[in-house]
Design a protein around this ligand. Structure first.
Ligand code: OFO
Length: 179
C-alpha cells in the first residue's frame, strides 16, 4: 500500500473531476459534429472522450491501490454549440491547456510532498498532455491552411479523420511495444 497525503488525495480527486469533464466535453463535441454532418470530427471526439474516461479511471485505480476510495465528481455541463469547427478546436486547445497546467501543479505538489510514487504515476499524464496538445495544434494549423466556409468543411473533416486514424495507429504501435 502507498501512502497518499491528504493534499495529494484532494488533488487527485480534483484531477478525476477534470478528466471526467474532459470526457463529457468531447462527447458533447462529438454530437455537435454529428449534427453538422462532420463524421470524421465526430469519430475524433468520440475516441478522445473514451480516452479521457480511461485517464479518469487510471486515477481511480491508482487511489484504490493506495488504499484510498476515490471521490466520484459532479460534472458541469459542457458547451452545447460552437461558432465553427475552428472555434470548437480552439476551445479544445484551451481545455487541454488547462488540464496540462493542472497536471503540472499536481506534479509540483507531489514533489513538494516527497511522494515519489505519485510523481512516477503522473509522468504518463505529462507525456499524454504534450501529445494531445501537439495533435490539436496540428489540426488548428491544417484548418488555417484549408480555410473555412463552403467546401473547406468537407476537407477539414477528411483531414481530421485522417489524423484520427494516425493517432489510433500510433497508440496501437505503442501498446504493442509495451507488450
Ligand atoms: Fe486527460 O488528457 Fe487531455 O485532458
Amino acid at each position: 500500500m502507498i501512502d497518499l497525503t491528504e493534499k495529494i488525495q484532494e488533488a487527485l480527486n480534483r484531477q478525476i473531476g477534470y478528466e471526467a469533464y474532459a470526457s463529457s466535453f468531447y462527447l458533447a463535441l462529438a454530437y455537435w459534429c454529428d449534427d453538422q454532418a462532420l463524421e470524421g470530427c465526430k469519430k475524433f471526439f468520440l475516441r478522445q472522450s473514451d480516452e479521457e474516461r480511461m485517464h479518469m479511471l487510471k486515477i481511480y485505480e491508482y487511489m484504490s491501490e493506495s488504499g484510498v476510495q476515490p471521490v466520484t465528481p459532479e460534472i458541469a455541463r459542457p458547451p452545447f454549440s460552437y461558432d465553427s469547427i475552428k472555434d470548437a478546436f480552439q476551445r479544445v486547445f484551451e481545455q487541454e491547456r488547462k488540464v496540462t497546467m493542472a497536471i503540472h501543479e499536481l506534479l509540483k505538489l507531489a514533489i513538494s510532498e516527497g511522494d515519489y510514487n505519485t510523481q512516477h504515476f503522473l509522468q504518463w499524464y505529462v507525456d499524454e498532455q504534450r501529445e494531445e496538445e501537439a495533435v490539436i495544434r496540428m489540426i488548428l494549423d491544417r484548418i488555417k491552411v484549408i480555410g473555412e466556409g463552403g467546401q473547406s468543411l468537407y476537407y477539414i473533416d477528411k483531414e481530421v479523420d485522417k489524423i484520427n486514424m494516425q493517432v489510433i495507429a500510433a497508440e496501437a504501435a505503442e501498446s504493442k511495444d509495451q507488450a
